[in-house]
Ligand binder design. Sequence first.
Ligand SMILES: N[C@@H](CCC(=O)N[C@@H](CS)C(=O)NCC(=O)O)C(=O)O
Length: 297
Amino acid sequence: MPQETLPTAATARNVLARNARRAPVLDEERLLELLGRDLTLSPQDRVNSVNLFMLDRANLNGYAPRKRNGANAMKLIIGNRNYSSWSLRGWLACKQSGLHFEEMTVPLLGADWDVVRHTDPFAPSGGKVPILWDGDGPDAAVAWDSLAIIDYLADKVGRDRFWPRSDAARAMARSMVAEMHSGYAALRGQMPMNIRRRAQDFAITPEVRSDIVRILTLWAEARARFGQGGPFLFGTFCAADIIYAPVVSRFMTYGVPVPGFASAYMDAVWSHDWMQAWADAAQSEVWTIPQVEEVAR
Ligand SMILES: N[C@@H](CCC(=O)N[C@@H](CS)C(=O)NCC(=O)O)C(=O)O
């Protein structure tokens, strides 16, 4: 796994800054031409360019989703798969919806991030990912924030795809999701998601320990009361599993010791096809975020 940091040299960022506003459409041919003419690129730079290009094609010059079977495809903008836990949740939510969507990955906190985050596609969220664009032109629907994306998609395809049917199970699932979304500050801050990494002898602080205990307690209760129909928190894969999936990854990265039932649950999440696909893609990403890597040392 490459550990080098993103280059600070002017790369595709400058190309976009110079041309995106002037050119009505910065298409692939034009971008490659500009890159070839103006810049000497390292392999790392090329990856950034491709991603900026993908973004450009989708949105930089106005939102223009491609059609599939006559219907507009939704577009999900996500950050680095290795690090962006909220992106993982938004992406899993799109998978769970069963709807077709296109995805665009932007490397967070890299040399280009400060430029990219101020472009139009990021305006609704104020420069954060994930963002889901659905539709065309001024009437396009846009949902940002992972929980809003879950709610938006559940409204679109039916609540049962995302939430347990019984009132008792659903009330608990919704509460667990809300709690993850608004809480666990210590765990989120001190154990950032880093899918590729396996930390040795990671020191768990008392604040993180109490977040972990709370999460394990909730997992245990959900599994015991509502988990009969399958290996996930409420039996079948649902919004609660989507929201806790990055926690599974964190527990693995930082070597958190867990009881057997939690280990079995984590195995189920980790071996889910979508998680495997996400983790594989995270493995092949070349970007690193040094401040997150530092935490695991
Ligand atoms: N509450 C939001 C959080 C979104 C968020 O903080 N995303 C992070 C990536 S995981 C981000 O965009 N960070 C880049 C930045 O703030 O510059 C959600 O649920 O989606």
